[in-house]
Design a protein. Sequence first.
Length: 445
Amino acid sequence: MKTGERPATTITTPRAKVTLTREQVISDYRLAVRSRAASELGRREVLIGRAPFGIFGDGKEIANLGMAHAFRPGDWRSGYYRDQTFMLAVGIATLEQYFAQLYADADLGREPFSGGRQMSNHYATRTVDERGHWRDLLSTGQTASDLSPVAAQMPRSVGLAWASKLYRTSPGLRAVAGGFSRNGDEVCFCTIGNAGTSEGLFWESINAAGVLQVPLVVGVWDDGYGISVPNEFQTTKGSISAALAGMQRDSGPGFEIRVAKGWDYLGLIDTFAEVTELARREHVPALVHVVEVTQPQGHSTSGSHERYKPAACASGWCGTRSPTPRHLTSTSAGTGPRSKASASARTRSPRRRYASSATKRRRSSSSRRMRRGRISRRRPRSCAARATRTARSSTRVSFARWWPCVRTAVQRARRSRRSRHGTGARTRTASHRICSAHRTPRRSA
Ligand SMILES: Cc1ncc(C[n+]2csc(CCOP(=O)(O)OP(=O)(O)O)c2C)c(N)n1
Ligand SMILES: [Mg+2]
């Protein structure tokens, strides 16, 4: 752009020709930042004992947005716990509901997905109303209830996509399709993590979808790890798209397989739009392998990924670009994409990367201290200490101050939970019991 020239007000993606206005782009950016702030605040709420457990979608924001642009009312999602940005983008969830679920709020008005019975980031929409009558499933987006066993969403996503096929091809069904299907145009969007693709359910489902030729779009969010296990140790060729290459459709039926980068906003929108159009129009299944997504806070609130990932990965970069700006990754100080740490993480061999020399040094020093009886291996850190650490690392990035809407959501969810259970109720929650257990002094042998 030349100096003095007005910036373009729209941008069009190269292949699928999706046109985005400047307002749409800014609104996506805001949503990504809010979602990241919600993940950070969510973790903090768990570590200070206000919520029992958390698993979040940080690092997957842009991939989620890419998929959300292709989603239409009447479509289905069958996914896993990294889809909060998608759910916010397509309007199935709000930030208030997200925090209500984190606090396990039993009120269905506030936590409509499961009334506090599911883990965080587990969503669901209803197919029937209070009187047991079918709802109009074409007026809004739908999601099947999230399941905790890895890859359990896969067979169900094939079923949902197959339903579209049957509505299009079966005359008997077409006659009763009102409120369920418009000529079988509905697509099922399925999401799964890279490690989830090692499950048998994944392979059976992909094969079935390829044989049946159903409108299924699978997004694989690949952060390179399944908790602590890197791709090299569990996926043939270290890449699910490479392993599935033989399923790529050529002259005959098969899968449309694409690779996209988790930080490439326009590329993701373009890729998902293209394959979704194919799935909708011709019922060709597709898989988008989204690589270079990050996981800046680690797997869940039940662990510390600093213990098993190289420093660059644990800080959210892993030798790639972060899907949100650098200052938003709370622990990323000094480890940008071109830093020595990330460069060395890229070039190290898998086994060496798995246990870096820094990790080995730390392990051997802590085992020396353990032998001398200074620390005990299993001593749990107190919740208070963990909370202080988190609060300290977050002072640099004060999301709550920057993004009042996230703060309002968290406060509203807290307040309504308190008004229902009374202020003392928190002391009786599972989360508090967990925290008390952490505070219990450990007797060392
Ligand atoms: C059948 C089954 N085995 C193991 C687990 C424990 N588990 C939960 S998440 C997870 C790792 C999933 O990794 P990945 O699919 O890469 O998703 P990510 O969390 O990295 O996004 C494991 C092993 C489980 N929930 N279900
Ligand atoms: Mg993973």
